[in-house]
Design a protein around this ligand. Structure first.
Ligand code: C2O
Length: 547
């Protein structure tokens, strides 16, 4: 591979959407941010320079970061944030991955405007395991707030209530014509008839899983989270924040200037308020020869599943299967060293004395894994671990199995309190892990897109209701399960994943709905060094930020 150099200047940038102008944080004055393009096997070096007054850090979401954990990016997990006027150079190699991923800020809610595509092309003389597309187009979903999202989350954390929702969803940064004052801010994809386009779908929205569909077109899903899958056709997709999905769009022989809407709107299974609006972009047929066509053709709109279509979601996600070919095998761990059962869901923290809180029954909203709401330390865990200074930073007593047998999907308990702590789990190098994650209905069943840093995992099983350790494993798929870095724990259900802990370092795992992360639905794994030199985490780069 070659080495590719980028400079990301974190800078202010004025953006107007929905007739509101806001000064946002951007990379290089671009919104969405620049594309990071590399081939499998390339080294990527990104110098990030902080020219704003917020602390920042950037995460290369889904990049495996084999023995390069110092470049992963989540603030206070692998690094202290980059302070105003400082810089940090991320240096990593793309190993064994090709497809689409994303990069985004990984501190507080700065991801709301600091995000962009990572495009990993196959090695130079290798082709796709599907028809070579005529063109490749990133389609990145986001959320637009008319106000500063930092103020939104700070207020929510202070009052204990739910945050205000966004004002629009966006496609490539643009809300589209279904919003007031937005028709000129519409992404338009011009296509020729009879060609194949690879759409690289990325969900960078802060807090919403999204349905997506293109009027009158069926697409073929070929890749997810930078792993090839067995292709399947669909009219409607679900994509959770942090997930990436490559689809082939074959254009038809339509009349020139035929116009189709591509739309996205949320899937929401929980209770509470969300922004239930629709973003649209335009697919426009344009075959140069007859630009004189004057007849105005009708605009066609797609059909999207209803907002709470949990059945559709379960059916759709079960269609993802690893390609599992000779060239791209699915290396599912067959024997398991350690099994874990984690509950994920919302809960609450008591309201401090003499204050009023706006969460459930006057408490503060919280979220937890095995009832532990993860508290961010004030220095980076990886640094503390590497230099043996964990005292006062983190503990290694994460409760690996929940405290009591419990009907997770039954009647909510009276006491919805969580405990708080910075607790981790230590894994020996090359441990094979099976992790079952169970959604709780303590404050309402809800889908949680869980993201694991540093690894891909295989989704060997999923189901509704309470996980049954005696019977459910009988139906696990060890042959061609989907391999991903982000997967939804179904609302009122469970998911079973397997991974090989072959990457030394500290690896964050969290719900990719940022409000849930902020409430504590997060934890970290510590994977120890292996015996060989190439199985050890090297010392940190000299410019690693200090807290
Ligand atoms: Cu895409 Cu920890 O994040």
């Amino acid at each position: 591979g070659v080495t590719r150099h980028y400079t990301f200047n974190i800078m202010y940038h004025n953006v107007t959407r929905l007739c509101h102008t806001r000064t946002i944080l951007s990379v290089n004055g671009q919104f969405p941010g620049p594309r990071l393009v590399a081939r499998e096997g390339d080294r990527v070096i990104v110098k990030v320079v902080n020219q704003v007054s917020n602390n920042v850090s950037i995460h290369w979401h889904g990049v495996r970061q084999l023995t390069s954990g110092w470049a992963d990016g989540p603030a206070y997990i692998t690094q202290c944030p980059i302070q105003t006027g400082q810089s940090y150079t991320y240096n990593f190699t793309i190993t064994g991955q090709r497809g689409t991923l994303l990069w985004h800020a990984h501190i507080s809610w700065l991801r709301s405007t600091i995000y962009g595509p990572i495009i990993i092309l196959p090695k130079r003389n290798q082709s796709y395991p599907f028809q070579k597309p005529h063109k490749e187009i990133p389609i990145i979903f986001g959320e637009w707030f008319n106000v500063d999202p930092e103020a939104v989350i700070q207020q929510a954390l202070q009052t204990g209530g739910g945050p205000n929702v966004s004002d629009a969803y966006t496609i490539n940064g643009l809300p589209g014509p279904l919003y007031n004052c937005s028709s000129k801010d519409t992404y338009k994809l011009r296509v020729k008839p009879g060609k194949s386009y690879l759409l690289r779908l990325i969900n960078a929205a802060l807090n919403d899983e999204l349905f997506f569909s293109i009027a009158n077109h069926t697409v073929t899903v070929v890749e997810a989270d930078a792993v090839y899958i067995k292709p399947f056709d669909t009219d409607q997709l679900l994509i959770a924040p942090g997930q990436t999905t490559n689809v082939l769009l074959r254009t038809k022989s339509y009349l020139p200037n035929a116009t189709f809407f591509m739309e996205a709107r949320p899937y929401f299974s929980g209770v509470g308020t969300i922004d239930n609006s629709t973003t649209a972009a335009i697919l426009h047929y344009n075959n140069h020869s007859s630009s004189s066509s004057s007849s105005k053709l009708p605009v066609l709109r797609p059909t999207l599943p209803p907002i709470n279509a949990t059945g559709f979601v379960a059916n759709f996600t079960s269609k993802f299967r690893s390609l599992n070919s000779v060239k791209y095998p699915a290396n599912v761990p067959k024997t398991i060293d350690r099994k874990f059962f984690f509950t994920v869901g919302l809960g609450s923290n008591p309201c401090p004395k003499n204050t009023t809180c706006q969460g459930p029954n006057g408490t503060k909203f919280s979220a937890s894994i095995n009832n532990v709401s993860f508290v961010m330390p004030s220095t980076a865990i990886l640094q503390a671990y590497f230099f043996g200074q964990n005292n006062g930073v983190y503990t290694t007593d994460f409760p690996v199995n929940p405290p009591l047998p419990f009907n997770y999907t039954g009647t909510p308990p009276n006491n919805t309190n969580v405990s708080n702590g910075t607790k981790t789990v230590i894994l020996g190098f090359n441990t094979t892990v099976e992790l079952v994650m169970q959604d709780t209905s303590i404050l309402g069943a809800e889908s949680h897109p869980l993201h694991l840093h540093g690894f891909n995992f295989f989704i060997v099983g999923q189901g509704f209701g309470n996980y049954d350790p005696n019977n459910d494993p009988k139906n696990f798929n060890f042959v061609d399960p989907a391999e991903r870095n982000t997967a939804g724990v179904p609302a009122g259900g469970w998911i079973a994943i397997r991974f090989l802990a072959d990457n030394p370092g500290v690896w964050f795992m969290h719900c990719h709905l940022d409000v849930h992360t902020s409430w504590g639905l997060r934890m970290a794994w510590i994977v120890l060094d292996g015996p060989q030199p190439n199985q050890k985490l090297p010392p940190p780069p000299s410019d690693l930020p200090k807290c």
